[in-house]
Design a protein. Structure first.
Length: 177
């Protein structure tokens, strides 16, 4: 995202964020309530570089962001080196431990790999500002929130694609759209 030219289009974060209406929903992790097996499946079923972590699927309230790479390594480590970890072990991003049911296998605690303050914008934030922030902070992605609920994600590549699209959209092509 080089700062060569100003981004002067009037588009908003909501125009660029994923998922699109026709896409499958955002792949998120919940801070508790998921098992090692479920998280491993999410990793192998998707190719995303990272996953937002939310309080619950219902609330979609953002807790943080975890990189796919860190998640993969930590689960592999836990499987190898942490005593008693099995497929149905809980994966926890929470601060304090919720009391495990008696006889439950040990949980894998992953709060340490969580980015607790990922960059966020709202659906109404102008892309001009988003582009500026990406450049200044060297971001790879940011999350999009509306009324406290996580709605989407914008990656650097999403922005580059959007810029290319806007550059190609001369008045004539708009007429024929
Ligand atoms: P890149 O955009 O560099 O290819 P990703 O592989 O992480 O990075 O993302 C691929 C596409 O999927 C992007 O359009 C991005 O907005 C979207 N995306 C990224 N993370 C998620 C996620 N956890 N759930 C749904 N879509 C995502």
């Amino acid at each position: 995202l080089e700062a060569k030219e100003e981004f002067r289009h009037k588009t908003l974060a909501t125009d660029v964020m994923r998922p699109r209406r026709s896409d499958p929903p955002l792949s998120v992790l919940t801070q508790s309530g998921m098992t090692v097996e479920e998280v491993e499946r999410l990793i192998s079923d998707t190719t995303y570089s990272g996953f937002p972590v939310v309080i619950s699927q219902l609330s979609q309230r953002l807790v943080g962001f975890v990189l796919r790479r860190d998640l993969f390594i930590s689960l592999e480590n836990a499987r190898r080196h942490q005593d008693g970890v099995v497929s149905v072990s809980a994966v926890l991003f929470t601060e304090c431990e919720s009391p495990a049911s008696p006889g439950a296998p040990p949980a894998v605690k992953l709060r340490s790999i969580l980015d607790l303050s990922p960059f966020t914008v709202t659906v109404h934030t102008s892309m001009e500002i988003v582009v500026d922030i990406f450049r200044k902070l060297g971001l790879r992605q940011c999350l999009v929130i509306q009324n406290g609920r996580l709605l989407g994600i914008i990656t650097k590549k999403d922005i580059l694609k959007h810029m290319a699209q806007m550059a190609n959209r001369d008045p004539e092509s708009i007429l024929f759209n």
